[in-house]
Write a protein that binds this ligand. Sequence first.
Ligand code: ADP
Ligand code: MG
Ligand code: ZN
Length: 466
Amino acid sequence: MYNTVVGLEIHVQLATDTKLFCGCSTAFTTEENKNICPVCTGHLGALPVLNEKALDYALKAALALNCRINKLSMFDRKNYFYPDLPKGYQISQFYHPYAENGFIDISNKRVRITRIHIEEDAGKLIHNEAKMESYVDYNRSSIPLIEIVTEPDISSPEEAQEFLEKIKTILKYTGISDVSMELGSLRCDANVSVKRENDEKLGTRVEIKNLNSFKAVAKAIEYEASRQISVISEGGEIFCETRLWDESSMTTKCMRLKENAEDYRYFPDPDLPKVLVGEERITRAKNDLPEFPEERSARFVSQYGLPEYNARVLVSEKSLADYFEEVVKYSGNPKSSSNWVITDILRVAKGEYYVVDASHLGKMIKMIDDDIISGKIAKEVFEIMLEDKRDPLQIVEEKGLIQITNESEIERIVEAIISKNPESIAQYRSGITKVLGFLVGQVMKETKGRANPALVNRIIISKMES
Ligand code: ADP
Ligand code: MG
Ligand code: ZN
């Protein structure tokens, strides 16, 4: 039996307005080399100035991931040559990272976080194969990133996926990044090795790059572990190498062996001062952290009496949980609000939950509870609210959707229906109770769903039995 051992290296783009060491915008643009200056394109003599906002964002991330903040950290130069790296080195933190010793708990274990450091992104190469030309776009050059490195505590593709989802949710809650793999603001490399179950020592690891979804991470780990197991069981040897995940063949392929690469000759960047983070700054960042999903979902269960499942769905994203709580303010009915948000809002919303104003949804739910509209009509009102952004009361009044709760009016309609279906009384009395449902349905049809269902039921039964 073999064990799979995985450690992840995760890059997260910080959502600052400007780059890490200059004032250039970080906004996405399709125009190449729009957001650049002498600093982020590495002109000789241009001096970097650290973005304080990036420092605060990284601080929040580190605290959210339970790390210890190093009050003294430093920037180092990671030297290598590549056309997308105009300075010939990347500014990163090697000897003294910003934060260390964190952790995240997933369902079956604690995954330790070795370190979190701040670094700058590189530019981007664009290849035109037809013309045999390559171009370089420096818009991304020097955009602030944090790198989160885990201990090799992950033992399966499922654990890796759960861990990544959790990291993503937590960081999204803090608001320091939009953490989207599709947009490139979240990137992940996976280090994978296998070892015989009883071996103490870890096996040789392989680093896998080019993973562009959580699914791909899981698939790549699964493939790579089984590849390594078959190499070893056939008497072969695993080399320390970097492999690329190939989505089309669902396999990993060798990119380079580690032995002949990667001497980065790190040394402290003489252009940047040491980073000192004081207690005050840490306290400020702590106070600025949101209530995280686990605590929030526990509160939803205790404060609102929601089922565990509903609470968990609602806290899956901060903006969704915020939306729900705003709806409750207006509805006064958390249970019903959670059902509306989970079934109706989630059905139509795509990441943006305010498709219906929270106050409008809340007021509509209250109108159901106040017997002003029926649940069925409410579905109609909801559809209308999706279209025009008006207050539900206005919609209900204008469209004449207010529930009929006037007994004599309902009685009149029931009598008319019974006289059109005289056989129903005999049927009912002979014990065919489903005729009741039929009659209720007829009344609803007649009133376009506006009759109060409880009243309709009661009145029909009393007619049948009298
Ligand atoms: P590098 O900079 O060369 O990628 P690091 O020391 O930063 O090296 O380690 C990178 C990652 O590799 C970490 O996430 C660590 O947990 C993981 N790792 C180290 N050894 C192993 C191993 N034997 N099997 C799987 N992952 C490992
Ligand atoms: Mg690495
Ligand atoms: Zn710049």
